[in-house]
Design a protein around this ligand. Sequence first.
Ligand SMILES: NC(=O)c1ccc[n+]([C@@H]2O[C@H](COP(=O)([O-])OP(=O)(O)OC[C@H]3O[C@@H](n4cnc5c(N)ncnc54)[C@H](OP(=O)(O)O)[C@@H]3O)[C@@H](O)[C@H]2O)c1
Length: 377
Amino acid sequence: MPATTALVNTAAWLPPKHAALEVRSAPYTRPGPDEIVVDNRALAVNPLEWMIQVAGNLMYPWLKQPFILGSDVAGEVVEIGSSVTRFAVGDRVIGHAVGTDKDSNSSARGAFQRYAIVFERLATPIPSSMPFADAVVLPLALSTAACGLFLKDQLALEYPTADPTPTGKTLLVWGGSTSVGSNAIQLAVAAGYDVISTASPRNFDYVTGLGATRVFDYRSPSVVGDIVAALTGRTVAGAIAIGKGSADPCADILGESTGNRFIAIATPAVSFERLADVSGPNLELPRILARLVSSSVALQLKTRRKGIRSKFIWGSDLKKTELGAVIYENFLPSAIADGRFVAAPKPLIVGHGLESIQAGLDAQRKGVSARKVVITL
Ligand SMILES: NC(=O)c1ccc[n+]([C@@H]2O[C@H](COP(=O)([O-])OP(=O)(O)OC[C@H]3O[C@@H](n4cnc5c(N)ncnc54)[C@H](OP(=O)(O)O)[C@@H]3O)[C@@H](O)[C@H]2O)c1
C-alpha cells in the first residue's frame, strides 16, 4: 500500500445554492498516468471562481455541488502517475488545475484543497528561491494569455523562445495590468512582438516594466484615436481584449489599422458583479442573460462590418494541444529560472488556510489593481 493512501485531505467545498465555501474533509485521489498530486502551499483566486459561485448554473451547468473549485496551485509533488517523467516526489511546482472543465468535471482536480491533481503537461518546476505565494499567481492567467496568443484558432502568433527574432509586428494587449494581461505582454515580447497596452495611469510603469513599449489610459475618451495614431505605419498582430467592454474598443482600433484583424477575447460579454450576494437568490440572472445576448450580437455586427474576426478564449484549451508543453515544459522553466519571465502581478495575500479562500473570492470580486489574490496554506 503506498504511503499516500494515508494522506488526509481537506478542501474548501462549494456547497449548493451559491452559499459560502465550507472547509471539510475530502478524499485523497490518486493521479492518472499523466498526472501529479501537489501538496498545496499557496492558492490563487481568479474571477472565474467567484463567478461560478454566483452564476455557476449559467456558466458551468455540468458542475454539481458540492464541488471543489480553483485553478492555481503551488506546492510540492507528493505522488506521480505511471507515465510521468518530468517530476519526482518532493519537486516544487506550480500547476493549472482544470477540474471545472466539462471534460474533467472533477473535484479531485480543483485547486482549493490540500492535495490537488494537475496534468504533468500543465505544471512547471519552480526554483527553490521562489516563494510559492509569488509563483502561484501564474497558472490560469498564463494559460489564458497563451491560448489567446498562440492557439491556431486564436491569434496564432509565433511561439515564445529564449532568444526571440523580432517579427516587426505589434500586438495590442487591452488590459495590461490584469493578471492575464501581465502574462500576455511578457509572452508576446518573448515571441518577438512589440506590445502596446492599456492600464490606469498608476500602473503605466508596471506595464512598461513587463515589456510594453506604449501604455494608454483605457478610461481616456481619446484612447481609441490615440492607439490608432500610435499604430500608424505598423503592422498589427491583432488584439487580446481583457477587461469589461474591452472587445468593443479593440474592434474600433483594428478597424482602423493594418494587419491581422483578429481579437482574442478573454472577458465575458457581461459582468457578474451584481450577483455578488452569494446568500440570496440571483434575481439579476435573467437580465444578465438578456444583456449577454444583446451585447454579443452588437459586437458580432460591429466586427463583421469592419472585417474583424474574434473568438472567446477558453483558458485551459492548451491542454488539448502541443501548446501546453510549449509553455509549461519548453518555455517557462528556464524563463522563470533566468528571470526572463516574472511571476506577475505580485500576490495580495489575504489569509492563511483553506478557511481564507472565501475571503479571497470576496476580495477578488471587489476588485484588485495589478495584484493577484493569494492564500497561503
Ligand atoms: N476566458 C478565460 O478562460 C479567462 C481566464 C481567466 C480570466 N479571464 C477573464 O479575464 C479578465 C481578467 O482576469 P484577471 O484575473 O487577469 O483580472 P484581474 O487581474 O482581477 O483584473 C484587475 C485589473 O483589471 C483592470 N481593468 C479593470 N477594468 C478594465 C477595463 N475595462 N479594461 C482594461 N483593464 C481593466 C484593472 O486595471 P487598472 O487597475 O490598471 O485600472 C486591474 O488591474 C476577467 O474578465 C476574467 O474573467 C478569462
